[in-house]
Design a protein around this ligand. Structure first.
Ligand code: LLP
Length: 416
């Protein structure tokens, strides 16, 4: 459920007219709803009820500091994958002791900074990383808390580019190797084993793969017990899918209930989840202006001012996201359009074969754009990135200004 709806045929973000925002701030613009973000976070937090747990928002889905600050105020933890994300969490008032650090390529500098600020846990992805963390912690006179990312080899049934829990993926340590790696970890002097984690993929629309992965981790936890290694938290990653069009993604409540049923004998085991998309995707829209309409023998094109540099998901994953009119009071003829951007690439489209009632100069909105939209944006074709606006009830706040053209080359220099 989200707080974007039509009122008198005008698209509203909570109580604010999207058309008014587009006219006031310009396009392309991401517009987020605070109430939706909070509702989605609470859906996870409430679903795990009294069982010890921590929801660690996956920063990569949307790292704007206004969003991180809202999460921090809810008491959220954070899943990060770089020092940049760590610095954002800290800048936004997040609590370092609720941060878990995932990612296959943690550098010495990143490990040092994470130890310095006292993160909750490193989600370790290889034996080599384990040795590196032990060494850095040793130099700093610290003990590093770790979890091992176990690759359970289950098929997430999602797009191959966002599937991460199969043997052929680069992530984690295979379930067969993990017992031995834990044994090594337990003996390293500057490491303390605290958890076990996995993340099998993103945009999962079935619960079974999560449950299969959990089963495999439970078997491993039991084996570790025999080795005298006690796992205190189980982190099942992110990945819960959302409804972009007609997907029937499970609700966090169903997911949590199924997990709690599996883990009913583990009342002390803290459950961590790392949802990103399920919190942010439907809490945001991308608003764009129709610059031109154009037709040839085969197709009608709506050429808009947002491109694949602003929203790369359709180009990269053939993602389907709904596109709707912002103002439905206007008398327009309905036609089927390919909605394309200004970038000089054929893959530059927001959606194909969409029925829309639009004219030149109108605004349209791509829905479900709050996750992996702004966070994957680039300035390709030297286009300043989209602004970001947060609506909170009847108030709107500009949370990312438009870059100037000079910003585009601010870090560059010509030869002397
Ligand atoms: N935890 C880890 C370790 C992850 O790698 C990810 C996402 C998450 C949590 C959050 O997953 P979520 O709940 O958002 O599904 N750019 C792609 C998605 C890539 C996801 C990468 N990892 C897209 O636009 O579909």
């Amino acid at each position: 459920m989200d707080f974007f709806h039509y009122q008198d045929n005008q698209l509203m973000a909570e109580s604010v007219s999207v058309r008014r925002l587009a006219e006031q701030f310009g396009t392309p613009a991401y517009i987020y709803s605070r109430a939706t973000l909070e509702r989605h976070w609470h859906a996870f937090d409430d679903a795990l009820g009294q069982h010890p747990h921590l929801i660690c928002f996956a920063v990569k889905s949307n790292p704007n500091i206004a969003i991180l600050n809202i999460m921090a105020k809810l008491g959220s933890g954070f899943d990060i994958v770089s020092q940049g994300e760590l610095e954002r969490v800290l800048a936004a008032g997040g609590d370092a002791s609720k941060v878990v650090f995932s990612g296959v390529a943690k550098s010495v500098q990143e490990i040092r900074r994470a130890l310095d600020v006292g993160i909750r846990c490193f989600n370790v992805e290889s034996p080599a990383e384990l040795y590196r963390i032990n060494e850095v912690a040793g130099e700093m006179g610290k003990i590093a808390p770790i979890s091992l990312r176990v690759n359970p080899d289950v098929d997430a049934h999602t797009h191959p580019y966002i599937s991460t829990g199969l043997k052929q993926n680069k992530f984690g340590v295979s379930v067969d190797e993990a017992r031995e790696v834990y044994r090594i970890a337990a003996e390293l002097p500057h490491i303390v084993v605290t958890g076990m984690d996995c993340h099998i993929g993103s945009q999962l629309t079935e619960l079974q793969p999560f449950l299969d992965a959990t089963d495999r981790l439970i078997v491993l936890m039991e084996q570790l017990k025999q080795d005298g290694i006690n796992i205190k938290h189980l982190d099942l990653g992110g990945g819960l899918g959302v409804t972009y069009t007609d997907e029937n993604a499970p609700h966090p409540t169903e997911y949590a209930a199924a997990l709690l049923a599996k883990l009913k004998d583990y009342t002390e085991l803290e459950i961590l989840l790392e949802p990103g998309r399920a919190i942010t995707a439907n809490a945001g829209i991308l608003v764009t202006k129709v610059e031109y309409l154009k037709s040839n023998e085969a197709l009608n094109f709506a050429i808009v001012d947002a491109g694949m540099n602003d929203m790369i998901r359709p180009a990269l994953y053939q993602a389907y996201m709904n596109i709707i009119e912002v103002d439905r009071t206007l008398a327009r003829e309905k036609r089927v359009y390919d909605v394309v951007g200004p970038i000089c690439e054929t893959s530059d489209f927001l959606g194909k074969q969409r029925e829309l009632a639009i004219a030149q100069g109108d605004f349209i909105a791509q829905r479900s754009a709050g996750a992996y939209g702004a966070s994957m944006a680039s300035t390709y074709n030297s286009r300043p990135r989209a602004i970001e606006i947060m609506v909170d009830g009847d108030q709107a706040h500009l949370i990312k200004r438009r870059e100037s053209f000079a910003d585009l080359w601010r870090l560059e220099s010509v030869l002397p």
